[in-house]
Design a protein around this ligand. Structure first.
Ligand SMILES: NC(=O)c1ccc[n+]([C@@H]2O[C@H](COP(=O)([O-])OP(=O)(O)OC[C@H]3O[C@@H](n4cnc5c(N)ncnc54)[C@H](OP(=O)(O)O)[C@@H]3O)[C@@H](O)[C@H]2O)c1
Length: 312
């Protein structure tokens, strides 16, 4: 029987535990605060930021949102980040990517105080992660690790294949999976757009992570019997063009209204027949990414105030 990995449920447990950690911080006089910065007209980015703010409210993190006009000079963004770096009530800063054209995203990431870099993308935090001495693990890879842990999926000695080598998902996740640690110790193959014979590689995986951003790239023929399949992909597909008529009928009405549906990088219905465990989209990795942002914010508030917080 294929196990459906329920990211909503695991994320809810993490949020629940975090409310306790937040309460403990409050008792020490610290109100954890997260600032989100948006400089983009992209509707998906607007949605992501508002969901992050909603999550903060739900667990009791102080949410501050700064929106910068897309016509504003880059200096306005850097000044905003500087102000947030210096604001003691803000423990985490998240600049929603992608930014408008013409802004140097690497420079933006470098300008965030690494102690407040709850995305974990500042070069200092990337370096620490690679060196096995992480401060903030990037939210999506960390969320994947927490899902594996919640479902007792052993990484030690496993053959893991990660499809995608981006800085935000593939690279950090590969690093976390192969590093010498209880939640690592896998043998990792990283695939990308120039990989030849992709299916041959993915079929070797005990744990297959799809993070390519290509709707239903991974089909049943690319998966070994009993493998754990983690689908990081979130792709908007126009409803009239969708590839598979699946049974998730409850979301179909909303999809039609929006004009698109969200599809993963894995052909869920077919791969479910083969996999040992699989994450759905939506409801798999997405909620975990959001929960791990809250986790990093709580951790950041503790670190910046020398308080040893218990984290889930
Ligand atoms: N659920 C969540 O919380 C969450 C969070 C972040 C991202 N996502 C989703 O995850 C997906 C990946 O995001 P990302 O930011 O990592 O994307 P990205 O920066 O576009 O990277 C995609 C990676 O996939 C590789 N790739 C593209 N086509 C491929 C193919 N046909 N075969 C093998 N590899 C291929 C690319 O190779 P090259 O390096 O050669 O170009 C690249 O390394 C997207 O759908 C995104 O929306 C979800």
């Amino acid at each position: 029987m294929t196990e459906r990995i329920d990211g909503e449920a695991v994320a809810a447990d993490i949020r629940e535990s975090l409310t306790g950690s937040i309460e403990a911080l409050r008792e020490e006089g610290v109100e954890p605060g997260l600032a989100t910065v948006l400089m983009s007209d992209d509707p998906a980015s607007e949605t992501y930021v508002s969901m992050k703010q909603r999550d903060c409210k739900e667990v009791g993190i102080d949410g501050l949102h700064v929106e910068i006009d897309t016509d504003a000079p880059p200096a306005e963004l850097y000044d905003t980040i500087e102000d947030l770096n210096n604001d003691p009530h803000v423990h985490g800063i998240l600049v929603q990517m992608p930014l408008v054209d013409g802004i140097d995203e690497r420079r933006v990431l470098r300008s965030i105080d690494p102690m407040k870099d709850v995305d974990g993308f500042h070069p200092e935090n990337v370096g620490r992660l690679v060196a096995g001495n992480d401060r903030y693990r990037p939210c999506t890879p960390h969320g994947v690790q927490k899902l594996l842990e919640a479902y007792d999926i052993e990484t030690e000695g496993a053959d893991a294949v990660v499809v995608g080598r981006s800085n935000i998902v593939g690279k950090p996740l590969a690093n976390l999976l192969f590093r010498k640690a209880d939640d690592g110790n896998a043998t990792v193959t990283v695939c990308h757009s120039r990989t030849e014979a992709l299916a041959e590689k993915t079929r070797t995986a005990d744990i297959l992570v799809a993070a390519a951003g290509i709707p239903e790239l991974i089909d049943a023929g690319m998966v070994a019997e009993g493998a754990t399949v983690i689908d990081v992909g979130v792709n908007r597909v126009d409803v009239p063009n969708r590839r598979s008529e699946d049974s998730r009928a409850e979301s179909a009405e909303a999809d039609t209204e929006r004009g698109y549906e969200l599809v993963g990088d894995v052909a869920y219905e077919d791969v479910s027949e083969i996999a040992g465990a699989i994450t759905p989209v939506p409801g798999g990795v997405g909620p975990m990414t959001r929960a791990m942002l809250l986790y990093n914010t709580v951790k950041a508030a503790g670190l910046q105030n020398d308080i040893d917080v218990t984290l889930p």
